[in-house]
Design a protein around this ligand. Structure first.
Ligand SMILES: Nc1ncnc2c1ncn2[C@@H]1O[C@H](COP(=O)(O)OP(=O)(O)OP(=O)(O)O)[C@@H](O)[C@H]1O
Ligand SMILES: [Mg+2]
Length: 437
């Protein structure tokens, strides 16, 4: 209940009235309810407008999420096929999606995307590493091929040069060699004539007598034979060298042929003669040939000669290097020697052992000598390709084996084993030597 009062106009009187509560609050309540309803309706309209707008914006993202989740399902199914645990994985995925609203799915998708991104980065890094390793290997291979090309080009140019020089020398030397026998015969005829003349004219006129004394006919007669003999030896020597040069270059024999291995080794030794002979600071390096009886061997003669050349040059390098720090007495006491042994190994192969009594090498060096570019020589002296190319020539081109045995302070032996016929493998034999293969 409320008390209500009002002044009565024109009097000093107040009118007091008792009014029930609902009569006073009714309009206030009506206004409040009306206002709340109006505000509620406006709020609902605005909210639904915003929700619609938000849904419109979210729809493409949610569609993407659906696609992602489908991809995920696919991936999981693929994985499950591999792991044979499909039931578990599918139920895991179902569990992760079940009962989720759009925002949950959105969150799930972002998480999934983040994982995928992480996985992609890891995969990318892995691929980059793989590619880098492949590229590094390709680069090393390329470098090796390049050097091999340079080396074989060098050898082929050297071969052409050697063959050219040998050819040019061969013709004039043959004239000289062929004519020496004629000169010999003519000189003998002339001397016979002089003798005959002397027999019939024992007292020649004084000017002829004076000429006989001036040319010292007696000495000329005895010396002429020696001169002709040394000319014959000289031309024989030149013809040998020319034959060796041509044999070494073997330009005419690029293809595989039946070859006398000893001929190849001998030619190589003749070419290296200048390096083997005595120098001002050291005696000559002695070559000991311990040749067995070998059948002809089917091979690329020119390439095999390069192998002999590389191995023999290395031995000479090693022996020369050691002599740099030896006294003359020490050199005479233990002369530098290279021994070449050949023989048949088993039924279908030949073995060539080239040993020097040089400084030898440590196990660390020995294990790396066939690596491309490995060298212990100063820059400019060695490329480190000699033995790696030799290894390739023996093992790949000739189906053979090349290995090295070395003892520091005692010397080094290179062993080459090649089958008599190409296309055949070397049959195993009782004795098997371990080496840096
Ligand atoms: N007979 C030997 N005695 C001692 N060390 C040797 C002998 N033969 C080879 N070596 C070692 O093996 C290394 C590799 O030899 P390789 O012939 O491949 O290269 P290189 O002689 O150094 O250079 P190049 O390319 O000019 O031949 C040599 O640097 C040397 O250290
Ligand atoms: Mg070498």
């Amino acid at each position: 209940m409320y008390w209500v009062y009002q002044r009565i106009q024109g009097t000093n009187w107040l009118m007091l009235e008792v009014v029930p509560q609902w009569v006073v609050l009714k309009p206030v309540l009506l206004i409040a309810i009306g206002g709340a309803l109006g505000a509620g309706i406006i709020l609902a309209v605005v909210t639904s407008f915003f929700v619609r707008r938000l849904n419109q914006r979210l729809k493409p993202i949610l569609d993407q999420c659906d696609t992602l989740i489908e991809t995920d399902i696919d991936r999981i199914q693929r994985l499950s096929l591999q792991s044979n645990d499909q039931a578990t994985l599918e139920s895991q995925l179902a569990l992760s999606i079940q009962g989720k609203d759009e925002l949950d799915i959105l969150e799930l998708s972002f998480e999934h995307m983040a994982n995928q991104l992480q996985a992609s980065f890891e995969e990318l890094e892995q691929r980059v590493e793989q590619r880098t390793a492949a590229l590094t290997a390709a680069l090393a291979q390329l470098k090796q091929s390049q050097l091999q090309l340079v080396q074989s080009e060098k050898m082929s140019s050297l071969g052409q040069l050697v063959a050219g020089v040998a050819h040019e020398i061969n013709n004039p030397v043959n004239f000289i060699h062929g004519n020496v026998s004629h000169v010999d015969a003519y000189a003998h005829d002339l001397l016979n004539l002089v003798h005959l003349y002397g027999k019939h004219v024992p007292n020649p006129p004084p000017d002829i007598q004076a000429e006989i004394e001036a040319i010292d006919l007696e000495f000329l007669e005895s010396d002429l034979e020696k001169v002709l003999q040394s000319m014959r030896m000289g031309t024989d020597r030149i013809r040998d060298i020319v034959r060796s040069l041509r044999n070494f270059s073997r330009l005419d024999e690029a293809e595989i042929k039946d070859v006398d291995i000893h001929e190849g080794i001998n030619s190589t030794i003749i070419i290296l003669q200048n390096r083997l002979k005595a120098k001002s600071d050291r005696p000559a390096i002695e070559i000991i040939k311990d040749y067995g009886s070998l059948p002809l061997v089917e091979c690329h003669a020119g390439q095999l000669n390069q192998v002999f050349m590389n191995i023999l040059s290395n031995s000479i390098d090693a022996l020369e290097e050691r002599d740099r720090s030896r006294t003359l007495e020490a050199m005479k006491e233990k002369p530098s020697t290279i021994r070449i042994w050949t023989g048949k190994s088993g039924k279908n192969a030949v073995t060539i052992r080239i040993s020097d009594n040089g400084p030898g090498m440590s196990e660390t060096v020995r294990s790396r000598i066939f690596d491309p570019f490995f060298t212990t020589k100063p820059i400019g002296k060695g490329t480190g390709m000699g033995l790696s190319i030799s290894y390739q020539v023996v093992t790949e081109r000739h189906n053979g084996q090349l290995w090295c045995e070395s003892t520091p302070g005692e010397g080094t032996t290179f062993v080459i084993e090649i089958p008599l016929r190409q296309g055949e493998n070397i049959l195993p034999q009782g004795e098997c030597m371990a080496g840096a293969k």
